[in-house]
Ligand binder design. Structure first.
Ligand code: 6GU
Length: 274
């Protein structure tokens, strides 16, 4: 996969030299290029922002440096292969609190792409016409990390590149660890413990010492359901009942949910029989 990031703070992205993502880059599994938006300005002050039409607080990113930066990235793409197989359109991800929310499903979807370009806005955002213009050559996707406001897209790009990059083949040494982690099955991960088995007066769930793999798997699944119900009831109500076995349903009923072929819903205290 190739990833280009355009930012006025390219140093912010230096963290992508580290750890698993840095290793993936050095091994050639991921080609990541960071570009300074100010290199695509023409004035002495390397100006990237201006005042908003219609007034209001803050500044808006000027369109022309963005167009030049994105055109230079498009110009660097390999020519479409001769055999008639046209290369897929690159995806332009625009980090913004006004975007669709990034999640594990979107990380998997984007991990299938050949070429991602991240456009890091600052200030009040990028002139909207850049997104309209870019849609001629890119699939444009404004994406948010969640319902809070950052000063710019750089931190969001660090999060998204890490979430996407670790899904690329060969980046995470043990692919099993991708299967067993939070959100891969719509639930939060179960709690984990390591030695010593007694620590500062606290033990661990006895079943984990039993060697009984079926009982351990059941215990962990129940812990996932319990923890998800406590912290993220929205995820419980989004579960597909077809993916739940009898024991899951019993645990969910004990947690105050009704499971029907239509879905999982919380039972009002007044509706409960026991
Ligand atoms: Cl992707 N960008 C900015 N600027 N703020 C955010 C965000 C993104 N996601 C949540 N808040």
């Amino acid at each position: 996969m190739r990833i280009d990031v355009v930012s006025i703070f390219p140093e912010y992205l230096a963290a992508l030299d580290l750890s698993l993502i840095g290793k993936a880059r050095r091994e050639g599994l991921l080609q990541l290029h960071v570009h300074d938006l100010r290199d695509f300005t023409a004035d002495r002050h390397r100006t990237v922002d201006d005042t908003p039409y219609g007034g209001g607080a803050g500044m808006v990113m000027k369109p022309e440096p963005w167009a030049l930066a994105l055109e230079s990235i498009l110009a660097g793409r390999p020519a479409p292969a001769e055999s008639g197989s046209r290369a897929a359109r690159p995806v332009l991800i625009v980090p913004s609190p006004a975007g669709e929310v990034f999640n594990q499903a979107l990380a998997y979807e984007l991990a299938e792409e050949d070429h991602l370009v991240f456009a890091c806005g600052r200030y009040e955002g990028i002139d909207e016409r850049v997104l309209e213009w870019a849609a001629q050559a890119f699939t444009v996707r404004p994406v948010s990390l969640g319902d809070y406001v950052l000063n710019g897209g750089e931190v969001a790009v660090l999060a998204m590149v890490e979430a996407i990059g670790r899904l690329l083949p060969g980046v995470v040494g043990n692919p099993e660890s991708l299967v067993e982690e939070s959100h891969s099955d719509g639930l939060l991960e179960y709690p984990v413990y390591t030695k010593p088995s007694e620590w500062r007066g606290r033990g661990i769930p006895e079943v984990l010492l039993s060697g009984n793999h079926a009982r351990i798997a059941r215990h962990r699944r129940d812990e996932q359901l319990r923890r998800t119900a406590a912290r993220r009831p929205d995820l419980i109500e989004a579960l597909d009942p077809a993916g739940l076995d009898k024991a899951d349903k019993a645990t969910l009923e004990g947690l105050g949910y009704a499971v029907t072929p239509d879905g999982v819903r919380a039972v009002q205290a007044s509706e409960r029989t026991s």
